[in-house]
Design a protein around this ligand. Structure first.
Ligand SMILES: [Zn+2]
Length: 328
């Protein structure tokens, strides 16, 4: 839409609550703290895995520490009074195990047909109803009942929480309809079926992002939708997840890049992704020119302080150390 509220610069804080954090949330104090950071918007946990508001959706479990409270109802009006925008955070990646009795088709399956358990929940499938029906209901509820200014999505990918390929009946049927093949049991980049499957995952996530974008804007045209933020970690999460911003940029109101160090990425990982893609399967960081240009930029930004000393991890640690020695 023309000139949306998010068209200009904003400073956005992301508040990611755990179950049990709810008693610490005081609307006035939270908004005051956000203003103290000179934030113009902040993101507050909404729903998905569990609800931090009094949802009316059956099976959308309330978070354990919520009691009778409703964080969206408490916080959003105070934020708006102070001219702060509020994005509600959602996460479609897993759901309470109890939901599997009613909707077994909503959940991912491993190659043996088992559910994929993470933190006493089961991982959900991006092609199935939890993503495509339940999450639409959740965002409608958040935008209609609470006047949230947008939706910030977390996860939203295959193999969430570092589980494996989804072999659920929905995925198998959809991939077979397109390719005539079963989903490969092994990752093999020499296998055209595997390469087709890899490409298909990217397109399926883009399809979900497009669906959410449509549904969110149908409810609230000026809501902002941030579909995924963890693109920049590494190919180890991008590929299995089906996450590639090139595929769904058109359906995300603000491209959002998250740089984490916990997995593999020793420097700005988007560069790593581009470099890795170019090598068609080899996620190595031997491109010294590329690396040195990034290091130089970081050093300029850090006034010459060594910025990458603790950043390297995993298989690239030695590679990074060698490049740093050369630089220094
Ligand atoms: Zn599936």
């Amino acid at each position: 839409m023309a000139n949306p509220w998010y068209g200009g610069p904003h400073r956005v804080l992301l508040l990611n609550l755990r179950e049990g954090d709810e008693p610490k949330v005081d609307a006035e104090a939270l908004v005051a703290a956000a203003k103290d950071y000179r934030a113009t918007a902040f993101c507050l946990s909404g729903g998905g895995i569990v609800a931090f508001y009094q949802t009316k959706i059956v099976g959308h479990r309330l978070s354990n520490g919520l009691g009778g409270r409703d964080l969206l109802a408490e916080v959003i009006p105070v934020a708006h009074r102070e001219n702060l925008r509020v994005l509600a955070r959602i996460d479609p990646s897993c759901a309470p195990k109890s939901l599997a009795a009613e909707h077994p088709e909503w959940f991912s399956r491993d190659s043996n047909g088992n559910f994929c358990e993470v933190s006493e929940h089961y991982v959900t499938c991006p092609n199935a109803g939890y993503y495509r029906t339940r999450m639409v209901e959740v965002v409608r509820e958040i935008l209609q009942r609470y006047d949230a200014d947008g939706i910030w999505n977390n996860q939203g990918k295959f193999a969430a929480w570092e589980t494996g390929v989804c072999y659920c009946a929905t995925c198998e049927a959809m991939f077979k309809a397109e390719s005539g093949q079963a989903i490969p049991r092994k990752e093999n980049w020499d296998d055209p079926v595997w390469r087709h499957y890899n490409e298909w995952r990217y397109r399926r996530i883009a399809d979900w992002v497009a669906l959410m974008h449509r549904e969110i804007h149908a409810v609230k045209p000026d809501a902002v939708f941030i579909a995924a933020v963890q693109l920049m970690e590494s190919l180890e999460t991008i590929r299995p997840g089906g996450w590639d911003i090139d595929y769904w940029l058109a359906h995300q109101d603000i491209p959002t890049f998250e740089c984490q160090r916990r997995h593999t990425a020793p420097f700005w990982p988007g560069i790593q992704a581009v470099s890795g893609h170019a090598r068609a399967g080899e996620a190595t960081l031997d491109d010294g020119e590329l690396f040195l240009s990034v290091v130089a930029a970081v050093r300029r930004a850090r006034s010459g302080k060594p910025a990458l000393d603790r950043a390297a991890s995993g298989q690239w640690r030695e590679s990074v150390a060698a490049h740093q020695r050369r630089l220094l």
